[in-house]
Design a protein around this ligand. Structure first.
Ligand SMILES: [Zn+2]
Length: 162
């Protein structure tokens, strides 16, 4: 589901996002119109939440491969039929688009599965976790997160991040 995000201070529309979107970067940002701080709902601090294990699941990629195969099947089917309402010089376009989407989806999913299998994805997330730990050492940043309702351990718990 796509949702609009507006600046909580001035109401400017800042971006649209998919509710399942997830980014591992700085949560607190500044509105480009009024400069006020806001908490980006797409963003997570790995130092607070830990690395989510569902990042290493294969099922979503298996589904993408299946979807890609469906597109390829549709593309091959369309190659063999005359499409009504499409000029003859453009008959090739739809099948090629379908085949292209199918092949790209499968390649992308296979690359993702390989990066899970080889541990490359875990290493990448561990690097992001280290960056997150560095951000979480900043008392100003932690205070901002608390102001936006994030459950941040207090400063006496700093040893937790070291
Ligand atoms: Zn604003």
């Amino acid at each position: 589901m796509s949702v609009e995000f507006k600046c909580p201070s001035c109401g400017k529309k800042l971006f649209s996002y998919e509710t399942r979107a997830r980014k591992y970067e700085k949560i607190i940002k500044n509105c480009k119109k009024c400069g006020a701080e806001y908490a980006d709902p797409r963003c997570y601090e790995l130092a607070l939440d830990g690395i989510p294990e569902d990042e290493f699941g294969y099922l979503q990629y298996v589904l993408i491969v299946a979807l890609g195969a469906f597109f390829i099947w549709r593309g091959i089917h369309l190659l063999g039929v005359y499409q009504l309402g499409v000029p003859s010089s453009m008959q090739w376009l739809m099948p090629v688009v379908f085949l292209g989407i199918g092949v790209a989806a499968i390649i992308g999913a296979v690359i993702s599965m390989i990066s899970i299998k080889t541990g490359a994805k875990r290493r990448k997330l561990e690097k992001l976790l280290e960056e997150s730990k560095i951000r979480m050492k900043d008392p100003t940043y932690k205070a901002s997160l608390r102001r936006f309702g994030y459950n941040v351990p207090d400063d006496t718990a700093d040893f937790y991040y070291n």
